[in-house]
Design a protein around this ligand. Structure first.
Ligand code: PMP
Length: 438
């Protein structure tokens, strides 16, 4: 190695403009509760729960201890043909948190892996049921399902197609549900757009139900800007799936573990899918882990179809990793002990009032919210989409507030331990900062 003395050069950062970041790096060095600490020694109020994931706040002692104890006791054990107690225990606990019937759990290491696992399980289920012609996977425009090939194929993000091509053949897409005209500044579920679920019926009419394995949606699209589902939309999607033998997958990587006021959006909003993907809050993000919850009857169909053999030819070295499972158990204990899912539901009205107080703030063209999530959409700067929100992101960080921006949308999702005064402080800071953004 010669000639390179930039200590930041080697790390190729994900989803980052590397040159711009490295020219003016901002780093976090520690965290506790609602706060990060920056490398230059400042407290940063966390309005994003890390990356929608530290739902119980940071560095919670119970989780730290569980990880440390497990690391010293059982660093790793395979779960292929062997096992150790922790993932069995965690699966049982998770099954009890899922909507009735979805009580079979497959472990992964991330949201992306959960999505690709869920899509593969859907294909396996259809084959096991003797419906092997059902190979088509349907997603939605502006859907974000991680970065695996399955996930980017069913996802509806133009940048993925421009960067990596069109992905899996045969993937179809529903239209996204964002309607900035009819639903501007909606609170909770937008009133208009349930009929967009009928896009699935149109795909059935076009391709034939016998070609469609599953449809995957985020109950609330998070990463593409907090697109809350129109009232009635998810129920209508469920009905169309039922009519045509199509499996419904909810990607709850963001909405799981209390974000919308219950263990899952499925529970909070009363629509039960066949498969649920999870990650992030599962371990409070202290150790990477994802999971897929599957309806028992679907699991049984796959198991029964391969008597004596390996039923699902799929898995990860780290499926059910001891450290992750220990962190997951400790996180679930913490969520239950502190009643954090209910707390999110209790705080939601205050949250809604607070974030909608930014209506009329400079550059703000839309605000939407549900549970403890909000999307605040800014008017893009002419000829420079995303630049205004990025300027706000930097200004906020420098002022002691961590937000997330996606395009020109500010996405807020604080840890569920947030206090009302902290909510007010976040919103107050944002309003003041918006004034100073060009
Ligand atoms: N699905 C959804 C809905 C997500 O929000 C994300 C991450 N933001 C993913 C999948 C991918 O998760 P990961 O980054 O852990 O792979």
């Amino acid at each position: 190695m010669q000639g390179e003395n930039d200590p930041l050069a080697a790390f190729w950062m994900p989803f980052t403009a590397n040159r711009a970041y490295k020219a003016a790096p901002r780093q976090l060095v520690s965290a506790r509760g609602m706060y990060y600490r920056s490398a230059d020694g400042r407290e940063i109020l966390d309005a994003t729960a890390g990356l929608w994931c530290c739902n119980a706040g940071h560095c919670r002692a119970e989780i730290v201890e569980a990880i440390a104890t497990t690391a010293a006791t059982l660093d790793f054990a395979p779960t292929f043909q062997l096992g150790h107690p922790l993932p069995f225990e965690l699966a049982q606990r998770l099954a009890a948190l899922m909507p009735a019937g979805l009580d079979r759990i497959f472990f992964t290491n991330s949201g992306s892996e959960s999505v690709d696992t869920a899509l593969k399980i859907a294909l396996a289920v259809q084959r096991a049921r003797g419906e092997g012609t059902r190979t088509r996977l349907i997603g939605r425009e502006r859907g974000y399902h991680g970065v695996g090939f399955g996930g980017i194929s069913v996802g509806g993000i133009g940048n993925n197609r421009r960067a990596f091509g069109s992905g899996l053949p045969g993937a179809g897409h529903l239209r996204h549900t964002h309607d900035p005209v009819r639903n501007a500044f909606s609170r909770g579920f937008p009133a208009h757009g349930a009929e967009l679920a009928d896009d699935l019926q149109r795909l059935v009419d076009l391709h034939g139900a016998e070609t469609i394995a599953a449809v995957i949606v985020e109950p609330m699209a998070g990463s593409t800007g907090v697109l809350v589902p129109p009232a009635g939309y998810l129920g209508r999607l469920r009905e169309i799936c039922d009519r045509h033998g199509i499996l419904l997958i909810f990607d709850e990587v963001i909405t799981g573990f209390g974000r919308v006021g219950a263990a899952t959006a499925a529970e909070a909003w009363g629509v039960t899918p066949d498969i649920i993907t999870m990650a992030k809050g599962l371990t409070n993000a202290a150790v990477p882990m994802g999971a897929v919850a599957v309806r028992r009857a679907l699991h049984d169909a796959v198991i029964d179809a391969a008597p004596g053999g390996i039923e699902l030819f799929h898995g990860y070295t780290y499926s059910g990793h001891p450290l992750a499972a220990a962190a997951g158990l400790a996180a679930l204990d913490l969520y239950a002990r502190e009643g954090l899912f209910a707390r999110a539901a209790e705080l939601a009205p205050h949250w809604e009032e607070a974030v909608h107080g930014l209506k009329g703030a400079r550059h703000v063209i839309d605000i939407r919210n549900i549970g403890l999530v909000a999307g605040i959409e800014l008017e893009p700067r002419e000829g420079a989409p995303g630049a205004r929100a990025m300027e706000l992101f930097h200004a906020a960080f420098d002022a002691g507030l961590l937000i997330r921006v996606t395009g020109d949308i500010v996405a807020l999702s604080p840890p569920l331990i947030v206090e009302r005064e902290q909510i007010d402080a976040m919103v107050g800071m944002l309003g003041a900062l918006l004034d100073g953004v060009a």
